[in-house]
Design a protein around this ligand. Structure first.
Ligand SMILES: [Zn+2]
Length: 307
């Protein structure tokens, strides 16, 4: 984020025009629309891909006048930052970053996530980055993770997942619980298997169970949260892991790649009480078991987290 902003304000982002100036052999056409020269002004303000972001985020009306009279990207961004209030300026930075991220996703991975998801993730990433800066600690993603559950933004659902291991009965369980942006309970599922799995294997199984269930449901834009950092990092990574765990990760990655309205992120264990309690209780139900009403073991937690 810091490097992006620094490069943007210095006019040295690796756009195709900038790369050509440095004698890097590549086409000069825009990655997103493939029809105009790709300089910074085009990427951030005139490309249809950028316009989509500005309009769907509701920001276009606030920046239109300055952009239409703008002379150069750096100058325009500075003018906008001076003109907007703090909240709007933060939004501006998140969206500029979002546009650049989407362009790179298209270039390197040939993927285009739904606009709503990209904007949501960009806002969240910027907030985390700002929070990490203000706590004055070394910027690490963990610093910004809250200790409590946070409701998703309007238009999004959250699905918390967790696993539990029962050495005494030689079994392990999974659970996931889906809630809307008011924190209201929507559905939950638990299940258990015989045998013992290492914790990260059980965690990735819980996550895959949730993803598979969600892809068969009518819910859209779901943020899946789990409290195992290794699994989240591996799902977002690309190295091949030659193990049973690696195969599960591979499966998770392929579901995520084909379902752009699902995303996975890490949360602290203290913020994942609902899924944790449900996974502990899973052994007392048949496997699998789906709940259409709040199971008693998590009722008070759900109520507490709604407020
Ligand atoms: Zn373009």
């Amino acid at each position: 984020m810091k490097i992006f902003l620094w490069r943007l304000l210095r006019g040295c982002l690796p756009t195709r025009i900038n790369l050509q100036r440095k004698h890097v052999p590549c086409t000069t056409l825009c990655v997103s629309c493939n029809s105009e020269l790709e300089n910074e002004w085009h990427v951030f303000f005139t490309c249809a891909a950028a316009k989509d972001i500005w309009t769907s985020s509701g920001m276009w009306d606030k920046i239109k006048n300055i952009v239409e009279q703008g002379e150069g990207t750096t100058d325009t961004v500075f003018q906008l930052l001076n003109h907007l209030d703090t909240k709007e300026a933060t939004e501006l930075l998140a969206l500029l970053w979002c546009i650049w991220r989407r362009r790179n996703d298209k270039l390197w991975n040939d993927v285009s996530s739904p606009i709503g998801v990209s904007i949501f993730l960009a806002r969240q990433r910027l907030e985390e980055w700002l929070a990490a800066r203000t706590t004055n600690l070394a910027p690490s993603p963990r610093v910004a993770e809250p200790n409590y559950w946070v409701k998703p933004q309007p238009g999004f659902m959250k699905c918390n997942t967790d696993a539990a291991i029962f050495k005494d009965t030689n079994s392990y369980s999974f659970a996931f619980c889906l809630r809307d942006n008011h924190g209201r309970f929507k559905a939950a599922t638990t299940g258990w298997y015989h045998g013992l799995s290492p914790r990260h294997e059980a965690e990735v199984i819980a996550c895959i169970e949730a993803m598979s269930w969600l892809t068969n449901s009518s819910y859209e834009n779901v943020l899946i949260e789990l409290d195992c950092k290794t699994v989240v990092d591996d799902l977002h990574g690309s190295n091949q892991l030659l193990s049973e765990y690696g195969l599960l990760i591979q499966k998770g990655r392929s579901i995520l790649a084909s379902h752009k309205n699902l995303s996975v992120r890490f949360i602290r264990r203290q913020a994942n009480h609902v899924a944790h309690s449900l996974a502990r209780a899973a052994r007392s139900y048949a496997s699998p078991h789906t709940f259409d009403f709040i199971p008693p073991c998590i009722t008070s937690l759900i109520m507490k987290e709604m407020n």
